[in-house]
Write a new protein. Structure first.
Length: 472
């Protein structure tokens, strides 16, 4: 790695894949906790000789080789690391300072340091003790598709025959000679891989994908009690909501209900593609909703969301992520998290083949709002689509917007006013401390801080751990 590459990474600060270590007294215990958490998550870079705020302090040039020797000794010791790890640290000169760079790879195994499992949560190394979290980690490492789990006591009677007929008809409408056209219900289930055999246990029956797609609500709620999608409109009452629907039914009707929710609250701007009128809104929302329903991790307790705000809409859902990065049409590599469900959605016309949907999302978002969307793959997968009611694909932006720092006419909620007032008194307050002072939930504080940053009224100076807030 070159000095320029290192400076570019350091300039972006610490995150789930980058950690700065001062290493003034060598590599201490928390250093190896980071190595363990990186191995268990997406991998990443550890920079020895860099302060929390990104200042390159350096380590002793003479001490660096000995530090590396001790490091290799620790990660190779089965009494400390299990299983042991093989890594190759690199000594690099940056602006005349010596730093040690360690590229930790994403391991295919779950590692422990001193018999403790560590995981990475943004820029923190977290001890994992909860059974469900450990199970999620093993599922992620083993590339297990939880949608394939067979429920041998679930029969065809627990599925909705009317939904099977509806999906058969949708498949035939999409393609007149579709093979499902003349199949019986059980033959259709087998053809769609919803009735399968688990070759590890020998059990045969309807799998989780079949239940989620076609099951009765009471069966779905019993098998996946945390499964739901929270559809929220939040434009006027930004602390709570203006409209809300909690959707806990099968994936087919969930798709339809979420589409209806978007049509109720989003503009359908006029657009001609060739000689045909096209609904940009429906094109965009279709990709967002099919993504959040097809590619979520259904064993997670995290509730998926579809949120519409004044200046953006977004989806969030738990994800069995393979890496942590922002996805674009250029770097997107198709990887279905639930291939059976994704294939079923494609057959009935609710989704396109992997890859084309991403390109369409970027294409139609630019036409709808004049900006690019963001797709972020992490444990919580996000698609963020900017909204601009002043933009038209025919005329561009026909009303000049204020610059972010022109905040004189910005209307703030009461919570936002209180946050600004408290930070003017003490600009070092954390979200937890603010929530205590203004008597609202920490998550509410975090949400409002995010909005204030987007308005340009708050700027974070320094690192997340010891930085300060600047009120504009």
């Amino acid at each position: 790695m070159t000095a320029e590459q290192i400076k570019k990474i350091i300039a972006n600060g610490e995150n789930s894949c980058v950690e700065f270590k001062r290493c003034g007294n060598g590599m201490e215990s928390d250093f190896y906790e980071t190595v363990c958490s990186f191995s268990n998550r997406f991998g990443g870079y550890i920079f020895c000789g860099v302060l929390d705020d990104g200042t390159i302090n350096g380590v002793s040039e003479k001490a660096a080789p000995e530090m590396i020797k001790n490091f290799i000794s620790v990660i190779s010791n089965p009494n400390l690391f299990s299983p042991t790890i093989f890594l190759e640290p690199e000594i690099v000169k940056v602006d005349g300072k010596t730093i040690v760079v360690i590229h930790v790879l994403n391991s295919s195994e779950v590692h422990t340091y001193k018999k403790i499992i560590y995981d990475r949560n943004f820029d923190s190394d977290v001890r994992i003790t909860a059974t469900n979290k450990i199970a999620e980690m093993y599922i992620r490492k083993q590339n297990v598709f939880t949608e394939q789990k067979v429920y041998k006591y679930v029969t065809e009677n627990e599925l909705r025959a009317d939904l099977i007929d509806l999906c058969r008809q949708r498949a035939v409408n999409k393609r007149n000679d579709h093979p499902w056209k003349n199949l019986s219900n059980i033959e259709l289930l087998k053809s769609a891989q919803l009735y399968t055999t688990d070759w590890n246990t020998g059990e045969t029956g309807i799998n989780l994908a079949g239940i989620l797609l076609l099951g009765k609500d009471e069966v779905i709620n019993s098998v996946c009690p945390s499964y739901k999608t929270d559809a929220i409109l939040r434009k006027i009452n930004v602390d709570r909501y203006d409209d809300r629907e909690i959707i806990k039914t099968n994936l087919i009707e969930s798709y339809d209900l979420l589409i209806q929710f978007s049509r109720k609250h989003l503009w359908d701007k006029f657009f001609m593609e060739g000689t045909q009128t096209v609904s940009l809104r429906d094109k965009i929302v279709r990709e967002m909703i099919s993504n959040t329903l097809m590619h979520r991790e259904f064993t997670s307790s995290f509730s998926s969301k579809f949120v519409i705000e004044e200046n953006k809409m977004f989806i969030e859902n738990p994800c069995k992520a393979l890496k942590c990065e922002e996805l674009t049409p250029e770097n997107f590599s198709p990887n279905s998290k639930n291939p059976i469900i994704a294939s079923f959605f494609t057959n009935i016309g609710n989704a396109d083949e992997l890859g084309s949907g991403t390109r369409n999302l970027f294409k139609y978002t630019r036409l709808y709002s004049g900006q690019n969307p963001k797709m972020i793959e992490d444990d919580i997968f996000k698609i963020i689509v900017p909204l601009d009611n002043n933009f038209s694909a025919d005329f561009g932006s026909y009303e000049k917007k204020s610059e972010p720092d022109e905040t004189a006419n910005v209307k703030l909620s009461e919570t936002q006013k209180k946050i600004i007032e408290e930070l003017k008194k003490n600009n070092e307050l954390s979200a937890v401390e603010l929530s205590s002072k203004i008597d609202v939930a920490t998550r509410t504080v975090e949400f409002n801080i995010k909005q204030l940053k987007e308005m340009g009224m708050l700027v974070r100076k320094g690192a997340n751990k010891n930085g300060v807030w600047e009120v504009k």
